[in-house]
Design a protein around this ligand. Structure first.
Ligand SMILES: Cc1cc2nc3c(=O)[nH]c(=O)nc-3n(C[C@H](O)[C@H](O)[C@H](O)COP(=O)(O)O)c2cc1C
Ligand SMILES: [Mn+2]
Length: 441
């Protein structure tokens, strides 16, 4: 992570803040205010109550995520779906126990780390960037995944393990035997892990193998100090511990990505056994609901939809899930009348959890710009004929009141056969205009 931070710094894409910042609410508010105006990563160098600096918004743009895995951001879905399947097949590169060059480690307490409270009504400080590494108790296959964790004391965190996630399943296997599940939380691991941990890969695929393929090199590992697990040696901070069997304690409320608070509820209990960190460790914070959180999900869900649509239908160009994963925008080259309609229906089959609203557009629409997508809806689709409401179908799983049942499908492609009438106007020479020639700097 620090390597990538240094690259951003050398390009002027890192904002460094010396002014002391309060980790209770102020840090999150400043992050949000800066993110809304400027896309740069932010390093808070002076966080009250901790000697560790806090880095945030490092993975907050598509261009940066694409750069990290060496692909063209314009073809993200296509190239990422090719890459993401690598872990299952030939694994040329692997996580490997390092013999030398392991960075020195120091011991810390949990409360030596910046304890950041984000939204106004959050129950307390949360770790939002921590990626859990664990092994399937049956097969030993490894897993990486993000799970927000509420700070209770230096010995206890409470973690949101959503149903069916792989770590959740591991925990359930272990507790059926009455055993704890050992796991480590990685804060600031090597950058390629960020995307593979967020991706919904098959159960038996180790995200670390995929990360090694993405990095195109072996990932040096080191043993943990208190548990029987290896972790990437370059990780900034490692919190070692174990999930207690058959124990659930209240966690939340917490302000989540959809913009609401998840109420207090029973969640997994992680007993902290120790914290090891690089002597000059950098802490990573993710503002929940910010591009840094939703982009990783957007990209992996988009690539999934892309891959499945592409297997079934022609003319699929690209997919984006914006402003977050409940809306899938599909860009196609319509090949025949009714093609867009088939695409919309296929999306619901391809993506059971997200894509509550699906919009299909032509090649000339920027699917990452919601104003452009709305323009296509407003100028190219008839509400009475070009939209479909699919009743009584679930999407998002945490939905007791069924607020996320039903799907809305919108065909915002040009009426088939009338392409000439819908040719977008262009301002000739616009791409050559340099602002500084006209209004100065
Ligand atoms: C920044 C970030 C935060 C996340 N927080 C949580 C969380 O608190 N609880 C959860 O169950 N999933 C959370 N997720 C989703 C899972 O980490 C993600 O779906 C992951 O792919 C699951 O891995 P798995 O397929 O190995 O189970 C988060 C994802 C991201 C990118
Ligand atoms: Mn997994």
């Amino acid at each position: 992570m620090r390597n990538y931070m240094n690259i951003l710094r050398s390009r002027g894409d890192l904002i460094e803040i010396d002014r002391p910042v309060d980790p209770t609410h102020e840090l999150a508010a400043v992050t949000k205010a800066i993110q809304d105006k400027i896309g740069k990563a932010i390093l808070f160098k002076n966080v009250k109550g901790s000697r560790l600096p806090v880095l945030t918004h490092i993975y907050g743009t598509r261009a940066r995520l694409a750069e990290l895995i060496g692909i063209d951001p314009a073809h993200f879905c296509k190239e990422w779906s090719n890459l993401a399947t690598l872990g299952a097949g030939g694994t040329a590169y692997q996580p490997r126990r390092a013999q030398q060059g392991i960075p020195e480690q120091v011991d810390l307490k949990l409360s030596d780390l910046p304890l950041i409270t984000y939204s106004e009504l959050d129950a307390g400080p949360y770790f939002t960037s921590a990626m859990f590494i664990a092994k399937d108790p049956d097969t030993g296959v490894g897993n990486l995944s993000f799970h927000r964790s509420m700070y209770v004391s230096d010995q206890e965190l409470r973690c949101r393990l959503a149903p069916k996630h792989h770590l959740t399943l591991y925990h359930e296997i272990a507790e059926k035997r009455g055993e704890p599940l050992e796991a480590a939380m990685l804060i600031g691991p090597p950058s390629t892990l960020f995307l593979s941990a967020a991706a919904p890969l098959p159960y038996d695929v180790d995200e670390l193998d995929v990360a090694a393929q993405l990095a195109r090199r072996d990932i040096p590992m080191r043993p943990c100090k208190y548990i029987d697990l290896d972790v990437p040696a370059d990780t900034e901070i490692v919190i070692e511990g174990r999930f207690l069997p058959n124990v659930r304690r209240p966690e939340g409320p917490f302000g989540e990505f959809m913009g609401y608070y998840t109420p207090e509820g029973p969640n997994a209990v992680f007993e902290v056994l120790g914290v090891t960190a690089r002597p000059d460790a950098i802490f990573h914070s993710i503002l929940c609901g910010s591009p840094e959180e939703v982009l990783a999900l957007d990209l992996s869900i988009s690539a999934n939809i892309y891959q499945r649509l592409n297997a079934a239908l022609p003319g699929i160009l690209d997919v984006a899930c914006q402003p977050f994963v409940s809306h899938a925008v599909i860009q196609i080259d319509p090949k025949y009348e009714g093609h867009a309609r088939q695409v919309m229906l296929a999306v619901i089959g391809a993506e059971p959890t997200w894509a509550k609203v699906v919009t299909v557009v032509n090649r000339d629409v920027d699917i990452h710009d919601m104003n452009d997508v709305m323009w296509a809806i407003l100028t190219r689709s008839r509400p009475d004929k070009d939209s479909l409401i699919i009743p009584d179908t679930p999407s998002f799983y945490r939905d007791e009141q069924r607020d996320h049942w039903g799907r809305l499908l919108i065909d915002a492609t040009i009426p088939f056969g009338r392409e000439k009438e819908f040719e977008r106007k262009r301002l000739k020479g616009l791409e050559h205009i340099k602002l500084e020639d006209w209004i100065g700097r």
